[in-house]
Ligand binder design. Structure first.
Ligand SMILES: [Zn+2]
Length: 283
């Protein structure tokens, strides 16, 4: 008799089926308030900075709303925190409007600057203006960038097919954000797991005067035992580790060659496959 082939689903740390992540751009003063709202609710995320646009210490703001932080304040805010820092173009250029080699230089310079300042490898990106094309994607790849966020809302909880064009669920001011939130919180996602990915600019919270909306939203989503709170790069690394699992042809055992534990579900059973270990699977 041919045995039934049981599906295998990725599960997040602890066997969870849901992950929540945030992505905010431009490195502005309002990030300070946003980070404190996030931290108080156990939420982490990714901040996309322009290393050529840090404000000079004690210099006046160049824009009344988009109040860029000086380097020292960005270091105070992010260094040693759980937040991820990612590339967003030295001076916020539109990479699709530059010669490819100029775009490549800009991406690498931005990456080098941020790595020097924050002392960790920078492997993520958000497209300035959300602008990308095939050439820009190739330059990011050449620069060692692993994922890049667009501004195209999927309005769903799916994972990207191509990490270098990672479409988020929605902007925080999306008119259906409450509907998406309730759906994310109430559905079980007992087959494929779900990602709720919200993006924006913290200065928009000031412009739209909706800090309280963000607080209410994160009150709903934060500090729940069934959600994994992760930065963009942590989601990327985790899913890559899942896809690196070496299953036997009959899926009776599996080896995890990565340096992090990976959780899976087979036949309703949640299993942790510790880093470097081989584990038997239920038949
Ligand atoms: Zn931007």
């Amino acid at each position: 008799m041919i045995p039934v082939r049981e599906s295998i689903y990725p599960r997040f740390p602890g066997g969870k089926t849901k992950v929540f992540t945030l992505s905010f751009d431009d490195g502005v003063e309002q990030d300070i308030r946003l980070v404190s709202i996030m931290k108080a609710r156990g939420i982490t995320g990714t901040f996309n900075l322009n290393s050529g646009l840090f404000r000079e210490e004690n210099a006046p703001y160049s824009h009344p709303l988009i109040r860029r932080l000086p380097q020292t304040e960005l270091v105070d805010l992010f260094a040693g925190s759980d937040m991820e820092i990612a590339v967003h173009g030295m001076k916020h250029p539109n990479w699709t409007e530059l010669p490819p080699e100029t775009a490549l230089l800009d991406i690498i310079e931005d990456r080098k600057n941020l790595e020097r300042i924050f002392q960790k490898p920078i492997r993520g990106c958000a497209y300035p203006y959300g602008a990308y094309n095939e050439t820009v994607v190739r330059q990011l790849q050449a620069a060692g960038i692993r994922y890049a966020r667009t501004v195209r809302d999927t309005e769903n909880f799916s994972f990207p097919e191509n990490w270098l064009t990672w479409h988020p669920t929605c902007h925080f001011a999306h008119k259906k954000i409450e509907e998406f939130t309730e759906k994310f919180l109430n559905e079980k996602f007992d087959k494929n797991p779900a990602i709720f990915y919200i993006w924006g600019h913290s200065y928009e919270l000031e412009a739209l005067n909706n800090w309280n909306v963000m607080e209410t939203l994160l009150n709903r989503i934060g500090r729940r035992t069934d959600i994994w709170y992760a930065t963009n790069i942590a989601v990327y690394d985790y899913m890559k580790a899942f896809h690196r699992l070496n299953f036997s042809a009959e899926t009776t055992f599996v080896k995890n060659p990565s340096a992090i534990s990976v959780w899976i579900e087979k036949k309703g059973e949640i299993l942790e496959i510790p880093a470097g270990e081989t584990k038997e699977l239920p038949e």
